[in-house]
Design a binder for this molecule. Structure first.
Ligand code: FAD
Length: 474
């Protein structure tokens, strides 16, 4: 008798190890492993250009690990799955759950459709340590503040699943209707990505290697070192976690196997922030589009495309801000401290809506993640659940001096300032003419004057904020 065929649908879990749905599919039959580029994906949150680039390389590597047996399609997932199910007589479909509102809607509809056809859909948790419906306050409502969410909610809930090994037996099936990776058209037409390639090894093995290197060298100074963009103290695992080349369970348990103490605790709590963002998105599905604190709806945001363009291009005249925006453009990643600095500058000094920042990050980040990106932008803007208070305005000069004291990071991405002494690096407009001349800096020529004055723009932001209705106490 021919062996039973199961369909396994890869989504944000582009790995073979610790993939619960794939493991279950492999245990009970031959596996038709498919990836579908969903033509309806996420409405206006279809993958941005950098994410598509990452996805291309991820699928290429995944297909190689599966010895060329990955089936690739584009179109409407339900139609494609139905065709495959009929053609191969598959009796079960397996996937790991996604948590974006549009994905939940899509998956629920597909599940219902197949139930009617007597085809079982089995879904698993492959992307989170704790699913959002699992961690709730005693009264059954979701947490809105991180510390109790993590300490009381997560750490008192069942321990996350231990990572699973690579399935022992994986008997794969190749469909002749599979399209080619190239036909998905994920790579950019204008090849801005060549430099980016040198920064990343995009594969499950590449993610594993990065994680092990971080455990060996970065994690031991994580708590303090994570604030300094020039140090190698952060993991840079976010794109791998987003697209699922590694799982949070592998990071959670892998870190604990090698470390203990404050650095470990801090790293685990950052993984906890990721969980918190997913919980917020799940329980407040408007997170990407609406202020969680409604009083911010009255905020008098400015519309100024010239300022926005200067911010996007890293031409604000504030070196640490420009370094961050150019790091984003060049590598598809920005260090967390610098994300907070450039975010604060956009929404507070420039008074531009956080959604402009969210959109630009969405397009340029290789780790663009609906939950983390929208929760973080709302945090920066002060309108989120457990947000930085609006009056906390990052000063780009003192932030640069404190967190990039040698200027190593800033000079890497803003090389036109590389000969400026550290004393003036973060405020070149204060440098004497001779110092500028000796460093080859001509303000307004090869590096811009500040696009807004620091003190006045800060005061304007505070004034705009003071006009808002007062926060209701929690
Ligand atoms: C304005 C803004 C936008 C952001 N957009 C995104 C985004 O689109 N995608 C994204 O993954 N992160 C986003 N973050 C959160 C954070 O900056 C990144 O997760 C982190 O910088 C990734 O680098 P890392 O992997 O080296 O982090 P590490 O410090 O090594 O942390 C390990 C992992 O924990 C998670 N994590 C760490 N910090 C946070 C945080 N503050 N919130 C949520 N999860 C966190 C990430 O999954 C990260 O990979 C954003 C932050 C800000 C301020």
């Amino acid at each position: 008798m021919a062996e039973k065929v199961n369909i396994f649908w890869f989504r944000q879990d582009l790995r073979i190890a610790d993939n619960p749905a794939l493991t279950h599919a492999a245990e009970s039959g031959r596996v038709l492993a498919v990836y579908i580029l969903d033509q309806n994906d996420q409405g206006d949150h279809g993958p941005g250009a950098a994410s598509r680039w990452w996805l291309h390389h991820s699928l290429k590597a995944l297909n190689e690990s599966l010895q060329g047996q990955l089936n690739i399609f584009r179109g409407d997932p339900q139609t494609i799955l139905q065709d495959l199910q009929e053609k191969y007589g598959a009796s079960e479909i397996f996937w790991n759950r996604c948590y974006e509102p549009q994905s939940i809607e899509r998956d629920t509809a597909i599940k219902k459709f197949f139930q009617k056809q007597q085809v079982e859909v089995k879904s698993f948790n492959g992307s989170l340590l704790w699913e959002p419906m699992q961690v709730l306050k005693n009264d059954g409502t979701p947490y809105r503040v991180f510390t109790p969410y993590y300490r009381k909610g997560c750490l008192n809930a069942d321990a996350p699943r231990e990572p699973l090994p690579v399935p022992q037996k994986l008997n794969l099936l190749k469909s002749e209707s599979s399209e080619t990776l190239e036909s998905l058209g994920l790579l950019p037409k204008i090849r801005w990505d060549q430099k980016m390639e040198s920064y990343w090894e995009i594969s499950e093995a590449g993610g594993q290697q990065k994680m092990q290197e971080f455990f060996e060298h970065g994690l031991r100074d994580y708590k303090e070192g994570r604030n300094f963009p020039a140090k190698s103290c952060v993991s840079r695992l976010s794109p791998y976690l987003h697209q699922g080349q590694i799982s949070p369970n592998q990071a959670w348990y892998g870190a604990q196997a090698k470390h203990s103490g404050k650095n470990l605790d801090h790293f685990l709590s950052e993984l906890g922030w990721r969980e918190f963002s997913y919980s917020l998105l799940y329980h407040f599905p408007d997170l990407p589009s609406r202020n969680l604190q409604g009083r911010f709806d009255a905020f008098p945001w400015k519309e100024d495309s010239r300022l926005l363009e200067r911010w996007k291009r890293g031409q604000t005249g504030y070196p640490i801000v420009d370094a961050g925006m150019r790091e984003l453009w060049e590598t598809g990643y920005v260090h967390n401290r610098v994300r907070m600095i450039v975010g604060s500058f956009l929404v507070k000094n420039l008074l531009l809506h956080w959604k402009h920042g969210e959109r630009w990050f969405w397009d340029c980040l290789v780790d663009a993640d609906m939950a983390n990106n929208s929760a973080s932008w709302q945090w920066v803007a002060g309108c989120g659940a457990d947000a930085a208070p609006y009056f906390r305005i990052f000063n780009p000069v003192s932030q640069g001096q404190k967190f990039d004291p040698e200027g190593t990071y800033t000079k890497q991405f803003v090389p036109e300032l590389k000969d400026l002494p550290a004393k003036y690096l973060f405020s070149p407009w204060e440098a004497p003419d001779l110092v500028l001349k000796n460093a080859g800096v001509q303000l307004g020529e090869n590096y811009p004057h500040p696009i807004v004055p620091l003190r006045e723009s800060r005061e304007k932001a505070l004034e705009a904020f003071s006009m808002l209705p007062k926060a209701l106490s929690a």
